[in-house]
Design a protein around this ligand. Structure first.
Ligand SMILES: [Ca+2]
Ligand SMILES: [Ca+2]
Ligand SMILES: [Ca+2]
Ligand SMILES: [Ca+2]
Length: 506
């Protein structure tokens, strides 16, 4: 390593090389005990609404028809003493609260520029240190005018925090990459849409019929390497008592019946999230009589390592909207794997070390806030705000012979016809309606897809989701007037009134 130095001197060379480095680190730690980023969130997307960024209200945040960012606000993280641009996106909502779909079908906000309900999204893993006042990026030829400091803290442990900087520039460009893509199609019946993210690919496989179905394709990625497709499919089973003229009849259904037609209403394909809005037209016919014909609009949020599906369930509203001729409704929504998941291990709050092997297990029906499936192909977590709702229970089936009773008795199983670690929630709609949460809340299910090498567990990830984030923002003073540019600006400031006076005199 040091061919010209005497062997006895080599340790000294090492000391000389490392001393400044060690001192540098110590200085940073001492000077910045409150300034170094400590937020331990690897997998989440943070969202800041425009009302917190009011110093930049009205500033351009638009995207070109090719998806390129055309706005004047850019997001930076301060790390290693430098401002570095990080992946971010700015999504707009209309005054009606509807997403402005810039990818498909394309539209514009009725309030131009940044306004209170527009959203800035970025990755929590990208937060950096607190920057000294007046720190701006050092990019040759790029000028910056002002900055908002955004602090992101773990609401459950406020000592864990980090910062990002939203900085205005008229001539900067977006350089931070794209971590997620919504693949092409806008028609579910003729194509196989997927979301391809840094941590996973999810959607429909090319062979299936899609318009009346649910996802059947999932790959958890580990870096660039793809592992096996893990999903049999997402499934829905249900039962209800239906009044048919002369009395009540128990009927059952799965996701293939009633008739479900999915329409893709809109897509925002950004760099850190994809927002997909769909309408499902649900039609149920029994003995030739149409019993139900309704539409449900849903929005799915795809992030680089997770997907969330907030279901706008207001039990009071649900009670009013149910058709009169229905009662005793139960629904189960589950994720069933294929044989590639065999050997993975399932656990939730009430069961541990449940090996997915196609042999039945004893998993209690007691509700759990989270579940995990961990195997060589990756780590999957299911979690939600289930604890605020009544009437929920856990449903788990592992049985490669197809003989175990389904979560809802008598409902024909879909997909490959066997259960491989089929797991999800069962909702007793009557109990849900009878005991509504004190404030209307969306039932949100989130799925995380992490590489096998991740150390997260259901317990640790769920605790973080439960506590949430506290985000505050503060406008910083403008760029200090300094150097040649400062002199030029000052000169221009003096000359401007003079030129005005001269013109007035003419
Ligand atoms: Ca708006
Ligand atoms: Ca706007
Ligand atoms: Ca994208
Ligand atoms: Ca199956």
């Amino acid at each position: 390593m040091y061919p010209h130095s005497h062997p006895a001197l080599r340790p000294l060379c090492l000391v000389m090389i490392f001393t400044p480095l060690v001192l540098g680190e110590r200085e940073a730690a001492e000077a910045g005990s409150e300034r170094a980023a400590t937020l331990g969130r690897q997998w989440d997307v943070a969202v800041v609404t425009g009302d917190k960024l009011d110093a930049f209200t009205g500033k351009p945040i638009g995207y070109g028809s090719d998806g390129s960012y055309q706005g004047e606000l850019f997001l930076y993280s301060y790390r290693g003493g430098q401002m570095t641009q990080i992946p971010f996106q700015l999504d707009e909502k209309t005054t009606l609260g509807e997403w402005v779909n810039r990818t498909y079908p394309g539209g514009t906000d009725n309030v131009a520029g940044l306004d209170p309900n527009d959203e800035l999204a970025f990755l929590t893993r990208d937060v950096g240190d607190k920057a000294p006042a007046g720190t701006y990026p050092d990019e040759p030829g790029t000028t910056y005018s002002s900055s908002i400091e955004i602090e992101v803290a773990d609401a459950g442990d406020p000592d864990q925090k980090g910062w990002v900087y939203l900085i205005r520039s008229r001539n900067a460009s977006y350089t931070a990459g794209d971590l997620i893509t919504h693949t092409g199609p806008t028609n579910f019946s003729t194509s196989a849409p997927q979301v391809r993210a840094a941590g996973y690919d999810i959607g429909f496989n090319a062979q299936a019929q899609h318009a009346d179905s649910l996802y059947d394709y999932l790959v958890i990625k580990d870096g660039a390497a793809h592992s096996e497709q893990l999903l049999d499919k997402l499934k829905v089973k249900g039962e209800a008592k239906v009044y048919i003229g002369f009395g009540w009849l128990r009927t059952t259904f799965n996701e293939n019946l009633p008739e479900i037609n999915i329409t893709l209403d809109g897509v925002i394909d950004g760099t850190v999230r994809v927002i997909e809005t769909t309408t499902r037209q649900i039609r149920l016919e029994l003995l030739g009589v149409e019993l139900l014909n309704t539409t449900v609009t849903g929005t799915a949020y795809f992030h680089p390592w997770s997907v969330s599906f907030p279901l706008p369930i207001d039990p009071a509203e649900l009670a009013n909207s149910l058709p009169d001729g229905f009662k005793e409704i139960r629904v189960a929504a589950t994720i069933d794997f294929n044989e590639n998941a065999i050997g993975s291990v399932f656990a939730n709050e009430n069961a541990s070390n449940v090996v997915i092997d196609g042999n039945p297990d004893d998993v209690p029906a007691t509700m759990s806030g989270w579940a995990q499936v961990i195997g060589t192909a990756g780590r999957m977590f299911i979690m939600g705000n289930y604890s605020v709702f009544e009437g929920l229970s856990w449903c788990y089936r592992d049985d490669s012979t197809g003989t175990v009773a389904p979560c809802i008795e008598g409902v024909e199983d879909t997909g490959d016809g066997v259960y491989i670690g089929d797991t999800g929630i069962h909702i007793d709609v009557d109990a849900l309606i009878a005991n509504p949460p004190s404030t209307p809340t969306s039932l949100t299910m989130a799925l995380y897809f992490l590489p096998p090498s991740a150390s997260d567990t259901g317990t640790s990830l769920y605790a973080k989701q439960e506590s949430g984030l506290t985000i505050t923002a503060a406008a910083l003073p403008g760029v200090p007037v300094a150097g040649v540019y400062g002199a030029l600006i000052l000169m221009a400031g003096f000359l401007y009134p003079l030129t005005r006076i001269r013109k007035t005199k003419r």
